[in-house]
Each structure stands twice: as C-alpha cells, then as structure tokens.
Ligand binder design. Structure first.
Ligand SMILES: [Fe+2]
Length: 319
C-alpha cells in the first residue's frame, strides 16, 4: 500500500495484545511511503510472529492516524476487563495498566507537541507511574480508575501528560512538584468511581438534585480516599480537591477564586480542559488541534488564568 507518511502513526510492538482481536488494521512499514498490512481489523495478533519481529529488532508497527484512538481505547478497555478477572495477578494488572498508558503516549505524541517536551514528560510520567504502582494501595486506586471507565482513564492520563509538560515549562516548579502534578492529575477523578456509573453518562443539566450533589462531591470523595494513602503527598491531595475549581469562582466544591487556587491545581484545571478539547473519543470524533484548543481556552472561555500557566501551555503547543 502506498500512503502519505503523515497519515500513519507508529505503535510500540510491545503494546499489541496477542490473541485478542484488533479494532484497527495493523501495518508493517517497508519504506517511507510503503506499508504492508499485517493484521486486518478484527484479527488476532499472533504471539510467535510478534516475538519473531522483536528478535529482528522491529520495535514499531503502524496504524492509520485516524484510528489510533481506537487502538488506545482497545488497550485501556482490555486492561479494565482483565483487572476484574480473579486469576490475573497484581503484577500482570500493573503491566496491563502501564501498557494502556503507553499506547496513549503514542497517541498524544501524534497530537503535535514539540518532541523534546513530549519525550521529557513521557520519561517523568513513566517513572512516576512505576513508582505509584509499587505501592499496593495506589496501584489499587489506579486499577479502580482503569476498571471503572476506559474513557475516564484515557482523559486522566492525557491530563497528567499535559500537566507535566506545562509544569516543566515553569521555572519555579521543582521536579518534586512535577511528581505531585503527575500523581494529582492522574488520580483527580478517582472520586467518580464511587458514584453510580449512570451519572457519568448524564449531562449536569439532566441530573436531579441528588445526582447533582453526588457529582459535585467527587473532588471531596477522591481527596478522602487518597488521604488514607501515605504515598500520596499533600500537594497531590490539594490538586485532587481543587481540580474542578475555576478562577472566576464558578467551579466546585468550594467556589474558590483564582487567588485561592494553588498554582499546581491551576495547571491541572487548564490541562483537564485542554484534554477535553483535544482528545479524540468515540463520542468526540473531531477534536480541536492543540492550537485551536489553546485559543479557545485562553480567549473564548472568558476565564482569567495566570500568565505563567497560559504561557506554559502556549509553549507546549509551539505557538
Ligand atoms: Fe473531576
């Protein structure tokens, strides 16, 4: 098949799940413009073939960029399903969740961030996730998130990614604070896992008073759940509590105004909105480009964020 190389995206060969049907066609690259299809949509990747490619030091397969989000979602849903299985060991569960995050990293790298920023954030987040998974309690919380809703997990990883990239651009944010950012942003919505799943499918306008109150309490519930875990630091906990606040005081649960929102929480608030606008999902098939999302966030929403945070976002979208 001869294609425009811009329309193809690499996936790590390690992120394929052998013996489970793909949601996308998978290709091997022969040259810059020539690709040959290895597996059709719906076919099961073969472990022997994957291993033989690995022995020949083939590190990547390729998918069409337009269907990369389906590959990612497939891995996240598979991790979620496997986590429920009683025979899957804790170690295997951790491996699956990391595999799911990794395939999301490939997707984010194709959105259009500068490669240097992206690679540094990826390294920081991978180390942070491995650290978090080494604590059984934190690992259980991450599994809860993956297991609850694959899209929620996808948005959480994307938010974590953008938060770390933004934090890395701000000179007074230390490496220690970058880890708090990675943790707090990844776990910010863990309180949602305690709500009936049907609430997540409703718009806020369609919720009755009881459901609204439950929804509005999720930052407090998440904060309470994570406060029990010593491996989660105070800054990460503050992020979880404040991640739904907005600088004009219209957020929740405490309607904090800009001056009372912690700078790290502000980064996560912006990164969360940015992920909402840019991450492709089956319900949101035409996301904004990073540049469009930046303009929407900084000009159209009518929210006044700090100059430091907005400049950091501007830098990572290379404007
Ligand atoms: Fe939230």
């Amino acid at each position: 098949m001869i294609v425009d190389p811009q329309s193809m995206a690499p996936i790590s060969i390690n992120d394929l799940i052998p013996g489970r049907p793909n949601l996308t066609d998978i290709y091997v690259k022969l040259s810059d413009t020539k690709y040959v299809r290895l597996y059709k949509h719906g076919e099961n990747p073969d472990m022997d073939q994957i291993e033989s490619h690995q022995r020949r030091e083939l590190n990547h397969y390729w998918v069409k960029k337009q269907s990369l989000h389906l590959f990612t979602l497939r891995n996240i849903s598979f991790a979620g399903a496997a986590l429920k299985h009683p025979k899957v060991t804790d170690k295997q569960k951790t491996k699956l969740v990391l595999k799911a995050s990794n395939s999301l990293f490939s997707e984010i790298s194709n959105i259009g961030f500068s490669p240097h920023t992206y690679l540094r954030a990826k390294a920081l987040i991978q180390v942070n996730q491995e650290y978090l998974h080494s604590y059984k309690n934190v690992s259980e919380v991450i599994n809860l998130l993956t297991n609850f809703d694959s899209l929620l997990f996808k948005k959480s990883v994307a938010t974590s990614f953008v938060s770390v990239m933004m934090g890395d651009q701000i000179s007074h944010v230390s490496t220690y604070a970058l880890n708090s950012l990675a943790t707090g942003s990844l776990l910010r919505d863990v309180g949602l896992t305690q709500l009936p799943k049907a609430i997540l499918k409703m718009s806020f306008e369609d919720m009755n008073l009881n459901n609204r109150n439950l929804y509005l309490s999720h930052p407090i519930v998440g904060h309470k759940m994570l406060s029990q875990i010593p491996a989660i630091d105070k800054k990460a906990l503050d992020i979880v509590l404040q991640h739904e606040e907005l600088p004009d005081g219209s957020g929740f649960p405490r309607h904090l105004k800009a001056t009372h929102i912690h700078p790290l929480s502000e980064i996560v608030i912006i990164a969360g909105l940015f992920a909402d606008f840019t991450v492709k999902t089956p319900e949101y098939l035409n996301p904004m480009t990073p540049k469009e999302a930046f303009i929407h966030l900084s000009e159209n929403l009518g929210l006044t964020f700090s100059i430091a945070a907005i400049s950091a976002l501007k830098k990572i979208v290379s404007l």
